[in-house]
Design a binder for this molecule. Structure first.
Ligand SMILES: [Zn+2]
Length: 417
Protein backbone atom coordinates (compact mmCIF):
# COMPACT_ATOMS: atom_id res chain seq x y z
CA UNK A 1 0.00 0.00 0.00
CA UNK A 2 1.32 3.42 -0.90
CA UNK A 3 1.34 6.13 1.80
CA UNK A 4 1.17 9.92 1.77
CA UNK A 5 3.22 11.27 4.63
CA UNK A 6 3.25 14.50 6.63
CA UNK A 7 5.98 17.16 6.67
CA UNK A 8 6.91 19.21 9.74
CA UNK A 9 8.12 22.69 8.88
CA UNK A 10 10.10 23.42 12.06
CA UNK A 11 12.31 26.51 11.82
CA UNK A 12 15.58 24.53 12.02
CA UNK A 13 14.88 22.62 8.79
CA UNK A 14 16.72 23.12 5.50
CA UNK A 15 14.91 25.60 3.27
CA UNK A 16 13.21 24.79 -0.05
CA UNK A 17 14.74 22.36 -2.55
CA UNK A 18 18.00 22.12 -0.60
CA UNK A 19 16.08 19.96 1.89
CA UNK A 20 16.02 16.19 1.39
CA UNK A 21 12.67 16.21 3.21
CA UNK A 22 11.26 18.70 0.67
CA UNK A 23 12.48 16.57 -2.25
CA UNK A 24 11.06 13.36 -0.80
CA UNK A 25 7.79 15.05 0.10
CA UNK A 26 7.43 16.55 -3.38
CA UNK A 27 7.88 13.13 -4.93
CA UNK A 28 5.66 11.47 -2.31
CA UNK A 29 2.65 13.77 -2.49
CA UNK A 30 3.19 15.50 -5.83
CA UNK A 31 3.14 18.98 -4.29
CA UNK A 32 5.36 21.90 -5.25
CA UNK A 33 8.20 22.97 -2.96
CA UNK A 34 7.91 26.44 -1.41
CA UNK A 35 11.46 27.82 -1.73
CA UNK A 36 10.96 30.13 1.28
CA UNK A 37 9.87 27.49 3.76
CA UNK A 38 11.90 25.13 5.97
CA UNK A 39 11.22 21.41 5.45
CA UNK A 40 12.48 19.78 8.66
CA UNK A 41 10.93 16.33 9.08
CA UNK A 42 8.97 13.76 7.10
CA UNK A 43 6.91 11.54 9.42
CA UNK A 44 6.06 7.98 8.41
CA UNK A 45 3.70 6.29 10.85
CA UNK A 46 0.60 6.88 12.92
CA UNK A 47 1.66 9.53 15.45
CA UNK A 48 -1.33 11.92 15.89
CA UNK A 49 0.88 14.99 15.31
CA UNK A 50 1.61 13.87 11.73
CA UNK A 51 -0.37 10.77 10.72
CA UNK A 52 0.34 9.03 7.39
CA UNK A 53 -2.57 8.48 4.99
CA UNK A 54 -3.22 5.63 2.58
CA UNK A 55 -2.73 7.24 -0.86
CA UNK A 56 -5.58 5.43 -2.60
CA UNK A 57 -8.28 6.26 -0.06
CA UNK A 58 -6.94 9.12 2.09
CA UNK A 59 -7.79 6.98 5.11
CA UNK A 60 -5.43 7.40 8.10
CA UNK A 61 -3.09 4.40 8.37
CA UNK A 62 -4.12 4.00 12.02
CA UNK A 63 -7.78 3.43 11.05
CA UNK A 64 -6.68 0.77 8.64
CA UNK A 65 -4.55 -0.98 11.29
CA UNK A 66 -7.42 -0.96 13.75
CA UNK A 67 -10.03 -2.18 11.28
CA UNK A 68 -8.04 -4.99 9.69
CA UNK A 69 -7.16 -8.06 11.71
CA UNK A 70 -4.03 -9.17 9.93
CA UNK A 71 -2.03 -5.99 9.30
CA UNK A 72 0.03 -6.21 12.51
CA UNK A 73 1.99 -9.30 13.55
CA UNK A 74 0.67 -11.50 16.40
CA UNK A 75 3.59 -10.77 18.71
CA UNK A 76 3.65 -7.10 17.76
CA UNK A 77 -0.02 -6.79 18.70
CA UNK A 78 0.51 -8.65 21.99
CA UNK A 79 3.34 -6.36 23.05
CA UNK A 80 2.16 -3.01 21.72
CA UNK A 81 -1.59 -3.22 21.05
CA UNK A 82 -3.33 -2.26 17.80
CA UNK A 83 -0.90 0.40 16.55
CA UNK A 84 2.56 0.66 15.00
CA UNK A 85 5.15 0.77 17.80
CA UNK A 86 7.57 2.92 15.82
CA UNK A 87 7.76 6.25 14.04
CA UNK A 88 10.06 6.50 11.01
CA UNK A 89 11.37 9.92 9.92
CA UNK A 90 13.65 11.69 7.48
CA UNK A 91 15.28 14.90 8.80
CA UNK A 92 17.00 17.81 7.03
CA UNK A 93 18.83 19.89 9.61
CA UNK A 94 20.15 23.39 8.76
CA UNK A 95 20.48 24.70 12.30
CA UNK A 96 20.94 22.82 15.59
CA UNK A 97 17.93 21.21 17.25
CA UNK A 98 17.49 21.69 20.97
CA UNK A 99 19.76 19.70 23.26
CA UNK A 100 17.50 17.06 24.66
CA UNK A 101 17.08 13.74 26.41
CA UNK A 102 14.17 11.33 26.45
CA UNK A 103 12.87 9.72 29.66
CA UNK A 104 12.59 5.97 30.08
CA UNK A 105 9.13 4.37 29.93
CA UNK A 106 8.35 4.49 33.67
CA UNK A 107 9.58 8.08 33.97
CA UNK A 108 7.63 9.12 30.84
CA UNK A 109 4.45 7.69 32.37
CA UNK A 110 5.10 9.50 35.63
CA UNK A 111 5.83 12.85 33.88
CA UNK A 112 2.68 12.47 31.77
CA UNK A 113 0.56 11.73 34.86
CA UNK A 114 1.92 14.58 36.95
CA UNK A 115 2.37 17.30 34.29
CA UNK A 116 0.23 16.52 31.22
CA UNK A 117 0.36 20.21 30.21
CA UNK A 118 4.11 19.87 29.64
CA UNK A 119 4.57 16.18 28.84
CA UNK A 120 1.93 15.18 26.34
CA UNK A 121 3.10 11.64 25.75
CA UNK A 122 3.42 8.68 28.17
CA UNK A 123 5.74 6.66 25.91
CA UNK A 124 9.55 6.43 25.95
CA UNK A 125 11.51 7.53 22.87
CA UNK A 126 14.66 5.52 22.21
CA UNK A 127 15.91 6.56 18.78
CA UNK A 128 18.29 5.46 16.06
CA UNK A 129 19.79 7.94 13.61
CA UNK A 130 21.52 7.13 10.30
CA UNK A 131 23.35 9.67 8.15
CA UNK A 132 22.16 9.93 4.56
CA UNK A 133 24.00 11.74 1.70
CA UNK A 134 27.00 13.45 3.19
CA UNK A 135 28.10 13.99 6.77
CA UNK A 136 25.65 14.40 9.64
CA UNK A 137 26.80 16.30 12.75
CA UNK A 138 25.55 15.69 16.28
CA UNK A 139 26.36 16.17 19.95
CA UNK A 140 25.88 12.98 21.92
CA UNK A 141 26.60 11.72 25.47
CA UNK A 142 29.10 13.21 27.94
CA UNK A 143 32.70 13.45 26.73
CA UNK A 144 35.56 11.54 28.37
CA UNK A 145 36.51 13.19 31.69
CA UNK A 146 39.97 14.27 30.47
CA UNK A 147 38.45 16.32 27.64
CA UNK A 148 36.06 18.18 29.94
CA UNK A 149 38.86 18.80 32.46
CA UNK A 150 40.94 20.29 29.64
CA UNK A 151 38.15 22.61 28.49
CA UNK A 152 37.41 23.84 32.03
CA UNK A 153 41.12 24.55 32.54
CA UNK A 154 41.47 26.40 29.22
CA UNK A 155 38.21 28.33 29.18
CA UNK A 156 37.99 30.58 32.27
CA UNK A 157 34.71 32.01 31.02
CA UNK A 158 33.11 28.56 31.23
CA UNK A 159 34.80 27.69 34.53
CA UNK A 160 33.42 30.88 36.06
CA UNK A 161 29.80 29.91 35.32
CA UNK A 162 30.31 26.33 36.48
CA UNK A 163 31.85 27.63 39.72
CA UNK A 164 35.00 26.81 41.67
CA UNK A 165 33.55 24.00 43.81
CA UNK A 166 32.25 21.97 40.90
CA UNK A 167 35.37 22.61 38.78
CA UNK A 168 37.66 21.52 41.63
CA UNK A 169 35.64 18.34 42.16
CA UNK A 170 35.92 17.43 38.47
CA UNK A 171 39.62 18.36 38.27
CA UNK A 172 40.35 15.84 41.06
CA UNK A 173 38.78 12.89 39.24
CA UNK A 174 41.10 10.27 37.70
CA UNK A 175 40.48 9.93 33.96
CA UNK A 176 39.26 6.32 34.25
CA UNK A 177 37.10 6.79 37.37
CA UNK A 178 33.63 6.68 35.80
CA UNK A 179 31.72 6.72 39.12
CA UNK A 180 33.39 9.84 40.55
CA UNK A 181 33.43 11.33 37.05
CA UNK A 182 29.66 10.95 36.69
CA UNK A 183 29.07 12.53 40.12
CA UNK A 184 31.35 15.46 39.33
CA UNK A 185 29.77 15.92 35.91
CA UNK A 186 26.31 16.01 37.46
CA UNK A 187 27.48 18.79 39.76
CA UNK A 188 29.16 20.79 36.95
CA UNK A 189 26.31 20.43 34.47
CA UNK A 190 23.64 21.23 37.08
CA UNK A 191 25.57 24.34 38.14
CA UNK A 192 25.79 25.45 34.50
CA UNK A 193 22.10 24.83 33.81
CA UNK A 194 21.07 26.69 36.98
CA UNK A 195 23.19 29.78 36.27
CA UNK A 196 21.39 33.06 35.63
CA UNK A 197 20.67 34.14 32.06
CA UNK A 198 22.90 37.21 32.60
CA UNK A 199 25.91 35.21 33.68
CA UNK A 200 25.47 32.76 30.79
CA UNK A 201 25.13 35.54 28.22
CA UNK A 202 28.07 37.48 29.71
CA UNK A 203 30.38 34.47 29.80
CA UNK A 204 29.54 33.48 26.22
CA UNK A 205 30.17 37.00 25.01
CA UNK A 206 33.53 37.24 26.79
CA UNK A 207 34.73 33.96 25.28
CA UNK A 208 33.49 34.94 21.79
CA UNK A 209 35.47 38.18 22.08
CA UNK A 210 38.62 36.30 23.11
CA UNK A 211 38.50 33.70 20.31
CA UNK A 212 40.00 35.91 17.54
CA UNK A 213 43.16 36.38 19.65
CA UNK A 214 43.75 32.62 20.02
CA UNK A 215 46.34 30.76 17.93
CA UNK A 216 44.92 28.51 15.23
CA UNK A 217 46.07 25.41 17.16
CA UNK A 218 44.24 26.65 20.21
CA UNK A 219 41.13 27.41 18.20
CA UNK A 220 41.15 23.90 16.91
CA UNK A 221 41.72 22.24 20.28
CA UNK A 222 38.88 24.32 21.73
CA UNK A 223 36.49 23.40 18.84
CA UNK A 224 35.97 27.14 18.24
CA UNK A 225 34.51 26.73 14.75
CA UNK A 226 31.64 24.64 16.13
CA UNK A 227 31.22 26.85 19.19
CA UNK A 228 31.04 30.04 17.06
CA UNK A 229 28.60 28.49 14.61
CA UNK A 230 26.22 27.50 17.40
CA UNK A 231 26.74 30.71 19.39
CA UNK A 232 25.82 32.84 16.38
CA UNK A 233 22.60 30.85 15.82
CA UNK A 234 21.69 30.84 19.54
CA UNK A 235 23.13 34.02 21.14
CA UNK A 236 23.08 33.91 24.94
CA UNK A 237 21.77 30.33 25.08
CA UNK A 238 23.20 28.04 27.79
CA UNK A 239 23.25 25.22 25.21
CA UNK A 240 26.25 26.85 23.48
CA UNK A 241 28.41 25.73 26.43
CA UNK A 242 27.24 22.12 25.94
CA UNK A 243 29.78 21.81 23.14
CA UNK A 244 32.37 21.39 25.92
CA UNK A 245 30.45 18.70 27.80
CA UNK A 246 29.04 16.54 25.02
CA UNK A 247 30.86 14.47 22.37
CA UNK A 248 30.84 16.02 18.92
CA UNK A 249 30.43 13.40 16.20
CA UNK A 250 30.27 13.51 12.41
CA UNK A 251 28.54 10.46 10.93
CA UNK A 252 29.37 9.51 7.36
CA UNK A 253 26.65 8.22 5.06
CA UNK A 254 25.19 4.97 6.34
CA UNK A 255 26.67 5.23 9.86
CA UNK A 256 24.22 5.02 12.76
CA UNK A 257 23.88 5.87 16.44
CA UNK A 258 21.41 4.47 18.95
CA UNK A 259 20.34 6.79 21.76
CA UNK A 260 18.74 5.11 24.76
CA UNK A 261 16.92 6.85 27.62
CA UNK A 262 18.46 9.89 29.32
CA UNK A 263 21.38 10.29 26.90
CA UNK A 264 21.80 14.02 26.16
CA UNK A 265 22.01 14.77 22.43
CA UNK A 266 21.46 17.41 19.77
CA UNK A 267 21.51 17.16 16.00
CA UNK A 268 23.58 19.95 14.45
CA UNK A 269 23.45 19.65 10.65
CA UNK A 270 22.91 17.34 7.70
CA UNK A 271 20.29 14.87 6.46
CA UNK A 272 19.40 11.67 8.26
CA UNK A 273 16.90 8.89 8.71
CA UNK A 274 15.57 8.34 12.17
CA UNK A 275 13.55 5.54 13.69
CA UNK A 276 12.13 5.74 17.20
CA UNK A 277 9.43 4.47 19.50
CA UNK A 278 6.19 6.21 18.51
CA UNK A 279 6.50 9.21 20.80
CA UNK A 280 7.29 12.91 20.89
CA UNK A 281 8.55 12.97 24.44
CA UNK A 282 11.35 15.51 24.92
CA UNK A 283 13.06 17.10 27.93
CA UNK A 284 15.07 20.09 26.70
CA UNK A 285 18.43 21.40 27.90
CA UNK A 286 19.24 24.34 25.64
CA UNK A 287 19.56 25.67 22.06
CA UNK A 288 15.88 26.47 22.23
CA UNK A 289 13.55 29.32 23.15
CA UNK A 290 11.15 26.65 24.48
CA UNK A 291 10.64 25.87 28.17
CA UNK A 292 13.49 24.02 29.89
CA UNK A 293 12.49 21.80 32.82
CA UNK A 294 15.92 22.05 34.45
CA UNK A 295 15.22 20.07 37.63
CA UNK A 296 13.75 17.13 35.70
CA UNK A 297 16.56 17.27 33.17
CA UNK A 298 19.45 17.45 35.65
CA UNK A 299 18.05 14.63 37.76
CA UNK A 300 17.40 12.24 34.86
CA UNK A 301 20.50 12.62 32.63
CA UNK A 302 22.92 9.78 32.02
CA UNK A 303 26.18 11.41 33.17
CA UNK A 304 28.43 8.52 32.26
CA UNK A 305 31.50 9.98 30.54
CA UNK A 306 33.22 8.35 27.58
CA UNK A 307 33.86 8.42 23.84
CA UNK A 308 31.02 8.42 21.36
CA UNK A 309 31.60 4.93 19.97
CA UNK A 310 29.51 3.42 22.82
CA UNK A 311 26.46 4.73 20.93
CA UNK A 312 27.42 3.21 17.57
CA UNK A 313 24.66 1.07 16.11
CA UNK A 314 25.92 -1.75 13.88
CA UNK A 315 24.45 -3.25 10.72
CA UNK A 316 24.75 -6.91 9.79
CA UNK A 317 24.35 -8.50 6.38
CA UNK A 318 21.06 -10.28 5.83
CA UNK A 319 21.91 -11.22 2.26
CA UNK A 320 24.16 -9.85 -0.46
CA UNK A 321 22.26 -6.54 -0.78
CA UNK A 322 20.29 -6.14 2.45
CA UNK A 323 21.50 -5.24 5.96
CA UNK A 324 19.62 -5.07 9.25
CA UNK A 325 20.21 -3.22 12.49
CA UNK A 326 18.33 -4.18 15.63
CA UNK A 327 18.81 -1.81 18.60
CA UNK A 328 18.30 -3.19 22.14
CA UNK A 329 14.58 -2.25 22.28
CA UNK A 330 11.51 -4.14 21.01
CA UNK A 331 9.92 -1.05 19.44
CA UNK A 332 11.83 -0.98 16.16
CA UNK A 333 14.54 -2.36 13.91
CA UNK A 334 15.70 -1.23 10.49
CA UNK A 335 16.68 -2.90 7.24
CA UNK A 336 18.30 -1.27 4.24
CA UNK A 337 18.61 -2.44 0.70
CA UNK A 338 21.17 -1.22 -1.82
CA UNK A 339 20.56 -2.90 -5.15
CA UNK A 340 23.10 -2.13 -7.88
CA UNK A 341 21.84 -0.92 -11.26
CA UNK A 342 23.15 -4.06 -12.90
CA UNK A 343 21.20 -6.39 -10.58
CA UNK A 344 18.92 -9.11 -11.66
CA UNK A 345 15.54 -9.45 -9.94
CA UNK A 346 15.74 -9.39 -6.13
CA UNK A 347 13.44 -10.81 -3.46
CA UNK A 348 13.17 -8.65 -0.33
CA UNK A 349 13.07 -10.69 2.91
CA UNK A 350 9.61 -10.98 4.52
CA UNK A 351 9.08 -9.39 7.99
CA UNK A 352 6.90 -10.91 10.69
CA UNK A 353 5.64 -7.46 11.75
CA UNK A 354 4.15 -4.55 9.84
CA UNK A 355 6.70 -2.34 8.11
CA UNK A 356 7.15 0.99 6.35
CA UNK A 357 9.56 1.32 3.41
CA UNK A 358 11.05 4.56 2.14
CA UNK A 359 12.69 4.63 -1.29
CA UNK A 360 15.59 7.10 -1.28
CA UNK A 361 16.97 6.68 -4.78
CA UNK A 362 16.87 4.52 -7.90
CA UNK A 363 14.16 3.29 -10.25
CA UNK A 364 12.65 -0.16 -10.03
CA UNK A 365 9.28 -1.82 -9.99
CA UNK A 366 7.48 -4.61 -8.21
CA UNK A 367 4.00 -5.76 -7.30
CA UNK A 368 2.82 -6.30 -3.75
CA UNK A 369 1.34 -9.68 -3.05
CA UNK A 370 -2.34 -9.03 -2.32
CA UNK A 371 -5.54 -9.21 -4.36
CA UNK A 372 -4.60 -6.51 -6.84
CA UNK A 373 -1.74 -7.05 -9.23
CA UNK A 374 -0.97 -3.33 -9.43
CA UNK A 375 2.58 -2.49 -10.45
CA UNK A 376 4.33 -0.30 -7.89
CA UNK A 377 7.05 2.03 -9.12
CA UNK A 378 9.96 2.24 -6.69
CA UNK A 379 11.48 5.71 -6.99
CA UNK A 380 12.70 8.36 -4.54
CA UNK A 381 9.86 9.51 -2.28
CA UNK A 382 7.79 6.34 -2.69
CA UNK A 383 6.62 5.23 0.77
CA UNK A 384 5.03 1.82 1.21
CA UNK A 385 3.26 0.01 4.02
CA UNK A 386 3.54 -3.77 4.15
CA UNK A 387 1.37 -5.87 6.44
CA UNK A 388 3.05 -8.41 8.71
CA UNK A 389 4.12 -11.35 6.57
CA UNK A 390 3.18 -9.58 3.33
CA UNK A 391 5.70 -9.88 0.55
CA UNK A 392 6.61 -7.99 -2.56
CA UNK A 393 7.21 -9.89 -5.74
CA UNK A 394 10.82 -9.80 -6.92
CA UNK A 395 12.04 -6.24 -7.48
CA UNK A 396 13.14 -5.52 -11.02
CA UNK A 397 15.42 -2.58 -11.85
CA UNK A 398 13.92 -0.30 -14.51
CA UNK A 399 15.72 0.51 -17.75
CA UNK A 400 17.41 3.88 -17.28
CA UNK A 401 19.13 6.51 -19.30
CA UNK A 402 22.88 6.03 -18.95
CA UNK A 403 23.39 9.30 -17.05
CA UNK A 404 20.59 8.56 -14.59
CA UNK A 405 21.85 5.22 -13.46
CA UNK A 406 21.87 4.85 -9.70
CA UNK A 407 21.52 2.03 -7.19
CA UNK A 408 18.11 1.41 -5.69
CA UNK A 409 18.20 2.38 -2.00
CA UNK A 410 15.36 1.53 0.36
CA UNK A 411 15.17 1.84 4.17
CA UNK A 412 12.56 -0.24 5.99
CA UNK A 413 11.33 0.16 9.59
CA UNK A 414 9.58 -2.64 11.49
CA UNK A 415 8.99 -3.87 15.04
CA UNK A 416 11.89 -5.69 16.72
CA UNK A 417 9.82 -8.56 18.16
ZN1 LIG B 1 16.05 12.99 20.41
Amino acid sequence: MELNCAVQKYAWGKVGSSSLVAQLSKANTNTEINEQEPYAELWMGTHPSGPSLISATNEPLLNFLQSSNDSLGQKEKQVFGPDLPFLFKALSVAKALSIQAHPNKAHAEQLFASRPDLYKDPNHKPEMVTAWLGPFEALCGFRPIAEIQFFLKEIDELASVVGKDACDQLAAVAADDVVSGSAALRKCFSALMNSSDESIAGSLERFQQRIPSLSSDKKESLVCELFCRIASDFPGDVGCWSVYFLNFVTLEEGQSLFLGPNVPHAYISGDCLECMACSDNVVRAGLTPKFKDIDTLCSMLDYQPGPVDRFTCHWTDEDEFCQVSAPPVPDFAMARLRLPVSSDVYQLPIRSSASILLVLQGHASTTIVDNSEKVVELRAGQILFLKAGQSMNPIKMNEQQQHQQEDLVIYQAFANV
